[in-house]
Structures are given as structure tokens and as C-alpha cells.
Ligand binder design. Structure first.
Ligand code: SF4
Length: 302
């Protein structure tokens, strides 16, 4: 089963080169390293290979073997003056490392199947998400994109959580949080308040008996309230992009990966930044860049 936000199948790279100019370090796995070594050595450019691909002293995570150097003025070593990738021009999409083949797609392996959303740090994604229509989750037996094997950003298996942990019911929680974020009978700040209150109440169920029963009661209570509010006239204007950003962020499963308290702190911080911003699109792009890709930022900055 594939579960994905509907913008995934609409995405098309605009070749703006923004992702190749970001300050992040693009790491490559051993296979990509060797594939590129064969290309460069085979064409008499071993000197360039040695400059462009730097082996890591210590692997920093799954599949991280080396990293691609930057040009002296910044930007990826292989970024050409026309914003295109020289590796792509020479060897096609499959010549790229897994990170570059996948970005801005965000594939996760979960107990439900393969789940995919997009990174809002990409301007083309922001354009797709900047719409009044709420994000939809599509369920399909067909993958919307070509996926590399075993190249997942997260592994989510709630059944591995202890019986006393509400995250054992993670998928139900996630769906409920998304329903709250998409309840347009409430203003966005009120939706975030309801999400905060609900998440804190769920957290307080830890170690109690009958967590499933307590969650059902809480969800039904919220749904009754939200149904009544959605029946009222609601106005959705500029907040639709923010809603879509938060929905995609929840779908990336930070509540499961970082825990309820830390994720709420991050949500509230992101809301403050967006709410006080004069350029919402740019702020969302920066927040996604900062917290969607650099996970260490979560422990150091929030
Ligand atoms: S930032 Fe997005 S649109 Fe621009 S080059 Fe990267 S993937 Fe393509």
C-alpha cells in the first residue's frame, strides 16, 4: 500500500537549482560513490572525482559513506551555470546519489506501507501547496513515483511501542491531528490550540489502562465539536498554505519520531515564526529546511 499527499504525483522539478545551493551537506552511500568513481576514472578525470567526493571519517548514519564538495563560491560541485546538474547531464537520473534522486520527495517505510510527502523547502512544492484546497491523502496499490529500494527517511512501526505508550496507536493519532488541522470551522490559531490540548491529553494517558478506550472517547468528543463548527460558515484565505504545511509536517511523523512534548514545542515555535513573518512562503521554506532536514536542530534549537 502507498499512502501519499496528493501533491506528490503533481510535482515536477523546475530546475531552479535552489536545492543545489542550500548549505546542507549532500552525503552519498558507498554504491553511489563507486558508481561515480567508475564514471570519472573511466573518463580520465580521477583528479576531479577526488576533489568532488570526500570520504567521511565516520559514517554519520545509514548509507552515509562520502559527501559532495561545494564550489568555492558555494553551491554543489556539480551545479552548472544553467542550474542543471553536470552528473545528471552526463549519466542521467540514475547517476545521481540517492539523496539527489529522491529530493524533494520524503519516503517513509511504515507498518501501513510506503508513505510519501514532499519537502516544503522546494519552491516548486510551495507553489503546489499554496492553494485553498486542503491536502488530500491518497491510498493506492501503485507507487506515484519511482522509488529507490531501502531508501527511507523514517521507519514507523507503532506495534513495537509498549502497551502503556499512546504512540502504539500512532496512526489513529496522526489521522486525528490532521483532521484537527483541516477543521476549517475553526481559525488556524484555534486549531493549533486544540491540537496542543489534544496531544497533551493523549500524553497524559501514558501508563494508564485502557488507552484505546480513552483515545476513542477523546477523538469522538473532538469530532462532535468539530462537526458542529464545520457546519458553520468558515473563511479560508491566506492560512490555507500554512494549514497544508502543518498537515504535511504531521504526516512526516515527528510526533512518533521525537515524541509528543518536543514536537508540540516545535509546532508552537514554527507557528510563532510564521505568524510574525512578513513573508510566509519564505519562512515556511526556511523552517522546513531547518527542521525537516537537519534533525539535530530539533535537539539544539527547540
Ligand atoms: S529546489 Fe525543487 S524545483 Fe528547484 S531544482 Fe531543487 S527540486 Fe527542482
Amino acid at each position: 500500500m502507498f499512502i501519499y499527499t496528493d501533491i506528490v504525483e503533481k510535482f515536477s522539478c523546475e530546475m531552479c537549482g535552489q536545492c543545489c545551493r542550500n548549505s546542507w551537506r549532500v552525503t552519498v552511500d558507498e554504491q553511489s560513490y563507486l558508481r561515480n568513481q567508475a564514471l570519472f576514472v573511466g573518463t580520465g578525470r580521477e583528479w576531479e572525482f577526488n576533489q568532488a567526493f570526500n570520504k567521511l571519517a565516520h559514517s554519520e548514519g545509514y548509507g552515509e559513506y562520502a559527501y559532495i564538495a561545494k564550489q568555492p563560491a558555494g553551491g554543489c560541485w556539480f551545479l552548472d551555470t544553467d542550474n542543471r546538474c553536470r552528473l545528471h547531464k552526463e549519466g542521467g537520473h540514475r547517476q545521481l546519489d540517492a539523496v539527489c534522486q529522491t529530493f524533494p520527495r520524503y519516503p517513509m517505510s511504515t507498518a501501513r506501507g510506503i508513505e510519501i510527502t514532499l519537502s516544503f523547502s522546494c519552491p516548486a512544492v510551495l507553489k503546489l501547496a499554496d492553494r485553498i484546497e486542503p491536502l488530500k491523502l491518497i491510498r493506492s496499490e501503485q507507487s506515484p513515483i519511482e522509488l529507490l529500494p531501502d531508501n527511507y527517511v523514517a521507519e514507523i512501526h507503532p506495534a513495537q511501542q509498549p502497551l502503556s505508550n499512546p504512540l502504539r496507536y500512532y496512526f489513529e493519532l496522526e489521522m486525528h491531528f490532521i483532521d484537527i488541522l483541516q477543521c476549517r470551522g475553526l481559525s488556524l490559531p484555534k486549531r493549533l490550540t486544540l491540537l496542543n490540548d489534544t496531544a497533551r491529553e493523549i500524553n497524559s494517558f501514558a501508563k494508564e489502562t485502557d488507552i484505546a478506550g480513552k483515545l476513542t472517547y477523546l477523538f469522538n468528543r473532538n469530532y462532535d465539536d468539530m462537526e458542529a463548527l464545520n457546519a458553520l460558515e468558515s473563511s479560508v484565505t491566506a492560512s490555507a498554505l500554512i494549514e497544508n504545511f502543518f498537515v504535511s509536517f504531521v504526516f512526516k511523523k515527528p510526533f512518533y519520531i521525537y515524541g509528543v512534548e518536543k514536537t508540540l514545542r516545535l509546532f508552537n515555535y514554527m507557528w510563532q515564526q510564521i505568524n510574525s513573518s512578513r513573508n510566509i512562503i519564505d519562512t515556511i521554506r526556511q523552517l522546513e529546511f531547518q527542521y525537516g532536514h537537519d534533525r539535530t536542530a530539533l535537539s539544539t534549537k527547540v
